[in-house]
Design a protein around this ligand. Sequence first.
Ligand code: DX5
Ligand code: ZN
Length: 228
Amino acid sequence: MTWRVKKWTFEDRIIAPSLLAADFGRVAEETSRAINAGADWMHLDVMDGNFVDNISFGPALIQAVHETNDVFLDVHLMIARPDHYLPRFVAAGADMITVHVEPEAQHDVATTLKAIRDAGCKAGLALNPATPFEAVEPFLADIDMLLVMTVVPGFGGQSFMEEMMAKVEAGVKHRRENNLAYHIQVDGGIGAGTAAIAGKAGANVLVAGSSTFGAQDMAEAVREIRNA
Ligand code: DX5
Ligand code: ZN
């Protein structure tokens, strides 16, 4: 297990293209394309058709990405019972594993976060647009990243919900007041314009699917998000 996240702090802007928007017939090449375009992390959206209304991919595909490319793997689990599947995502090469706080994820959040860290991974905690900031508050001392969803999870290509910036700001305030160091990630509808809004609110990890993989020039798209 490499420990590559150590070189990033919450003061770095990290661009994480979402593989969900890539050509699934060429996953290794698409990942290389993102890295060559300047991506810092790869964001891997795992969906189980239960926690969200879509099915994407699982550990086997993540392992293929891991074996063909050297990049930090940011795994976003939109699945029920993430604790049960954790060892498989760890074995597949995940560097960060993010789980959801909502009751529909059907796990004991504190126990899962500890299990992720005990496995040598970074631990992220996500909240959906309908979930209030207070739901994640009890866990913030035990995470490496807070993921504020800026769309209802399940599909790429949806519109950014600017109202969610209040939760990003609450995350920044809590981090400062409690002397913590977690990253704040936003996911959904991020492009150059919305990256500026999210960055201003205090998000430092920007997930972008359609705006990067769908761009004519991916390097230009990544640069625009980075400089926004
Ligand atoms: C949404 C996923 C996102 C999605 C983002 O369920 O968690 O990561 O791939 O896609 P875009 O950037 O197209 O909104
Ligand atoms: Zn995601």
